[in-house]
Design a protein around this ligand. Structure first.
Ligand SMILES: [Mg+2]
Length: 439
């Protein structure tokens, strides 16, 4: 039960150490500290050591704690990419708890440890725990602009980690207001998103059988083939055989994950165009933007930028240089669901088409992207939000709904998801350590 507070120096209500009370709309905690410097803007007040804060006046929506949990989840099969074969998937789950008891959940997920980009699950956890959390404790979770600006001022890059935090903030706000994240982002113009499936066994006959099954059960009619790891002629023959088998019943696209050089890509783009392939994703290195521009100018098949866009500013430069005619939107690489809307605005202004991309997130990250994609004016190349379908287990109670070739997104508050505590406890990487500590 809350104790009555007294008024301390500077008019800030104080409490004896170890107690906390709610005073009207203010949550008053512990001792007095300089965190609430009246001469600073709210986001400039930085706790030096939040364990020893004194007399902090906290809003009900103030962030009280942030927990990061690494979970290792089994996948339905190995997933073969140009740079890595995934045997399972690791997610970093973020629990952002507020003073009023609202909990926002987020997810930061990478592909293949450090083989895709500069962040790994371990670095995401460490950086959020050590660098993000001290900046955010005590901040108003309702003010997402201020919270993200505060991070941006002190932390460069780390877009995967920032994306998980922004997702958790949006989820908390949505739950508090009773609104889905799509409405917080301006409102949805669709309720469902067509979803591509990646054929990544590397075996042509197996991939054709898998595609036929997906068409039969009406789950996917867009197929993306991961190529680039093998010899180019063999890769092209693999793709052409699959397109020939599926014909007009499906859209077939390729993702090269930067594996080709420009000369190989030039020839391959023509061959793929002659054989009915609809889209070529990141054929060459992200560093060769002029090469991407040359390919984009002459390829008969649209070129999509994926690795080329690691932040919103990259998107602007790719657009300015004509280095792609389609953008893959990924919350992890832009820094959150709101950040991909900034990239989408650049694309829209430049006449570049859009595609909802994935880092093979579980349900939380997938729904975070989906809510943002629901708000876009145009999403001409649909999405690849199939991450949850690649996992045999997840750590949420609500299974994402896939039917009639689309992912259907509910109007429930926030992301519309809650954590499955039992599964979370089972799959968390530190469970052995946690069990020992509890014992
Ligand atoms: Mg890609």
């Amino acid at each position: 039960m809350a104790r009555r507070s007294s008024v301390g120096a500077g008019g800030i209500p104080t409490q004896s150490v170890g107690t906390r009370c709610t005073l009207n709309t203010l949550k008053v905690s512990l001792q007095t500290n300089s965190i609430l410097d009246p001469h600073k803007k709210p986001y400039e007040n930085r706790p030096q050591n939040f364990k020893n804060l004194v007399g902090i006046v906290m809003l009900p929506s103030a962030i009280e704690s942030i927990e990061t949990i690494i979970v290792d989840l089994p996948t339905i099969r190995p997933h073969k990419l140009a740079m890595h074969t995934m045997q399972n998937q690791t997610l970093v789950i973020i629990r952002l708890r507020c003073a009023d008891g609202i909990e926002g959940i987020g997810e930061s997920t990478t592909i293949g440890g450090l083989s895709y980009g500069g962040e790994s699950p371990d670095s995401i956890k460490t950086n959020i725990d050590q660098h993000f959390t001290p900046l955010l404790i005590g901040q108003d979770s309702n003010n997402i602009n201020a919270a993200m600006l505060r991070l941006e001022r002190s932390i460069k890059g780390n877009t995967f980690a920032k994306s998980g935090i922004e997702t958790a903030l949006l989820d908390a706000l949505g739950k508090r207001l009773g609104l889905p994240v799509s409405e917080l982002l301006g409102g949805r113009v669709r309720d469902a998103l067509p979803v591509a499936w990646t054929l990544a066994s590397g075996d042509t006959a197996k991939d054709i059988a898998e595609a036929e099954h997906m068409l039969d059960i009406r789950r996917h009619r867009i197929f993306k083939l991961k190529i680039g790891a093998g010899e180019v002629n063999r890769d092209l023959a693999h793709v052409i055989a699959i397109k020939k088998a599926l014909g007009d019943r499906a859209s077939v696209r390729v993702d090269v994950n930067q594996a080709w050089d420009e000369a190989v890509a030039l020839r391959a783009c023509r061959v793929l165009g002659d054989n009915g392939i609809d889209l070529i994703e990141q054929p060459i290195s992200r560093n060769n933007r002029m090469g991407m521009a040359r390919l984009n100018a002459i390829s008969p098949v649209p070129i999509m930028a994926d690795e080329s866009i690691e932040c919103v500013e990259d998107a602007f430069n790719v657009a300015r240089e004509g280095a792609a005619s389609v953008f893959a939107l990924k919350i992890a690489k832009n820094g959150g669901p709101r950040a991909i809307l900034r990239t989408a605005a650049i694309a829209e202004a430049a006449g570049i088409a859009l595609y909802g991309g994935t880092m093979l997130e579980g349900g939380i990250g997938t729904l975070a992207t989906a809510h943002a994609c629901l708000t876009l004016n145009k999403l001409s190349w649909d999405t690849e939000l199939f991450g949850p379908l690649l996992l045999t287990e997840d750590v949420i109670n609500e299974k994402p709904v896939y039917r009639d070739f689309e992912l259907h997104v509910s109007q429930a508050p926030g992301l519309g998801l809650s954590l499955d505590e039992e599964r979370l406890a089972f799959f968390r990487r530190d469970k052995a350590t946690t069990a020992i500590h509890q014992a």
